[in-house]
Design a protein around this ligand. Structure first.
Ligand SMILES: [Fe+2]
Length: 201
């Protein structure tokens, strides 16, 4: 008798679900890869920041995570495709730079997780979130490659300078410090790129 009642209830629920999105119980737990719609962990987190503050900070961080991916791929593209009398030097220089960017990528994503928010981890989300632009099919001369990378680093530095203020307003000193460190790392990479622009190739 009890089983029969259960069966009746179960037939009602899937019918209602079909009417909405055809979802089942498992799909309800799926995290939709929608950029700017950050999802917080269900695990309680009590670090003196409200969920609103943590999500606000995570939103700032995810844009940097996306931009870092674009710049990583761009630098790697130039590592592969640079053509120059100084090929070996530039090939290695670009590799050093993308390795540093990769370290930053991991730190940004893990910072987002420390705030109890899921980090985007798909190319679709990165391209949706990024403010830096890609140039598919474009293979510039070495000096232009360096100038383009420099412009992207400088754009990131300017954004970080503003975001340090924004995150400070959200009272997250940890991320303020983290973003300042990131800014310094990009300033160093930008300096190295700038130093290569002095001589004509
Ligand atoms: Fe390589």
């Amino acid at each position: 008798m009890a089983a029969a009642k259960g069966t009746t209830k179960q037939t009602t629920k899937p019918a209602a679900a079909k009417g909405s999105a055809g979802a089942n119980g498992a799909a309800a737990k799926t995290i939709k890869p929608a950029a700017n719609k950050l999802v917080s962990d269900g695990t309680p987190i009590n670090i003196g920041l409200t969920e609103e503050q943590r999500r606000g900070v995570a939103e700032v961080l995810t844009v940097h995570l996306a931009n870092a991916h674009v710049l990583y791929i761009k630098t790697r593209n130039f590592h592969w495709n640079v053509q120059s009398r100084r090929f070996a030097e530039l090939h290695e220089f670009f590799e050093e730079q993308y390795d540093q960017i990769a370290e930053g990528i991991d730190e940004i994503a893990e910072r987002v997780r420390q705030l109890g928010v899921f980090a985007p981890g798909t190319m679709a989300e990165f391209l949706q979130l990024a403010t830096l632009k890609e140039e598919p099919g474009v293979y510039p001369d070495p000096q232009t490659m360096i100038a383009k990378l420099l412009a992207d680093h400088e754009a990131i530095i300017r954004a970080l300078r503003e975001d340090v203020e924004k995150v400070d307003d959200l009272d997250d000193e940890g991320t303020t410090d983290f973003l300042t460190g990131m800014m310094e790392a990009h300033e160093k990479m930008a300096w190295m790129l700038r130093a290569h622009l002095v001589d004509a190739d």
